[in-house]
Design a binder for this molecule. Structure first.
Ligand code: AQP
Length: 332
């Protein structure tokens, strides 16, 4: 059986959250294996779609790479790189943008959400973001893309772009499949459980950063918005806050949602919040310690990223050459 290729990315647009961890990073480590090529990137080109302080972006890109390793991504097995180190991403994005109808981009809900959030900076990059994401995926002939539920629509677009290109220009791309966790695909804000937990949320109480101290994690969970009937049941529509806490408990303890509800029978919201915080702290503490250790060894991270970029470039260039040949672009 031929090896499958896995690809995913994370934007260094803030301090990665519990949502990023559950929806994506945790699975990145789990998907590694002898039978797969895994490419994991820090998507810093994507981060430019919203305003960034250059020094912060630079530092966060490096730290996000260290975080991937702390989360269990093994650079001996997986290719870890920074997107801007592989220029083929931007080059393929141009070609694919000429093969993407505006009508398809107009349907993207993330563009609508982010334009509303960043009304003072609705730029063309925010609009064409999904084409760059399609390029990230298709460059590596990816089979599987582990993402949270918020990226499902973008992945569907990447599939459409690949299928259309293969049919109209010539067979070039593997058509990727999403890999979305069954539980935890959309972790919600602790302060507004109808909104996704996001690293760029201006209200830090709503999101747990993977790097938060245990005391901060406990405090944020204790302040989580619930409702006033004090009954622990899973009902996303009518009890979004409690359901979000049950989801997080389920992911961090390995219990199903039903087992989690049964576990809290006869208990109140205070006990629920403390138990969720303890489960999260137990898993994130060793991870934070590994991150601190890794950052002390910046040369090691730099070496990982250099090797990763070289390996990624090899595959990316081979796909890009094929694309250029198919569309008739001259290369000396
Ligand atoms: N709340 C979430 N629940 C589950 N998965 C999530 N992801 C993001 N938020 C949640 C998944 O994390 C991966 C990396 O996300 P990203 O950095 O590419 O950007 P994003 O989806 O826009 O995440 P954020 O945290 O909301 O970033 P900002 O605030 O910068 O927009 C993706 O697989 C994503 O699905």
């Amino acid at each position: 059986m031929s090896k499958k290729t896995v690809l995913s990315g994370i934007q260094p647009s803030g301090s990665p959250t519990l949502g990023n961890y559950v929806g994506a990073l945790k699975n990145w480590a789990l998907l590694q294996g002898e039978d797969r090529y895994c490419y994991y990137c820090v998507a810093n080109l994507h981060a430019l779609t919203v305003k960034q302080d250059p020094q912060d972006l630079h530092r966060r890109s490096f730290e996000t790479a260290a975080l991937l390793l702390a989360c269990g991504v093994d650079p001996e097995v997986s290719t870890v790189f920074i997107q801007s180190d592989v220029k083929e991403h931007a080059e393929l994005s141009w070609v694919l943008s000429c093969h993407t109808p505006l009508g398809e981009l107009n349907r993207m809900t993330q563009f609508k959400d982010k334009s509303a959030k960043h009304a003072d900076n609705i730029n063309a990059g925010l609009y064409t973001y999904p084409v760059l994401m399609a390029s990230d995926i298709l460059l590596y002939q990816s089979d599987l893309v582990p993402v949270g539920a918020d990226q499902k629509q973008h992945l569907e677009l990447a599939r459409n772009i690949a299928i259309r290109f293969n049919n109209t220009v010539g067979e070039t791309f593997k058509v990727p499949e999403p890999y979305i966790p069954r539980v935890g695909a959309r972790i919600m804000s602790l302060q507004d459980p109808t909104q996704k937990m996001s690293k760029s949320d201006p209200n830090p109480s709503g999101c747990i950063a993977i790097m938060d101290d245990p005391a901060v994690i406990l405090k944020k969970f204790k302040r989580a918005v619930t409702d006033c009937d004090n009954s622990i049941a899973f009902d996303m529509e009518n009890k979004p806050g409690v359901s979000n806490l049950l989801t997080i408990f389920s992911v961090f303890t390995g219990k199903t949602i039903e087992e989690s509800v049964a576990y809290f029978e006869g208990m109140g919201y205070g006990q629920l919040k403390t138990a969720v915080a303890e489960a999260v702290i137990a898993e994130l503490t060793p991870l934070r310690e590994r991150f601190d250790e890794l950052l002390k060894n910046g040369d090691y991270i730099k070496a990982v990223l250099k090797t990763g970029a070289e390996k990624a470039r090899e595959t990316a260039l081979s796909t890009l050459k094929d694309v250029y040949a198919h569309v008739g672009l001259y290369l000396s």
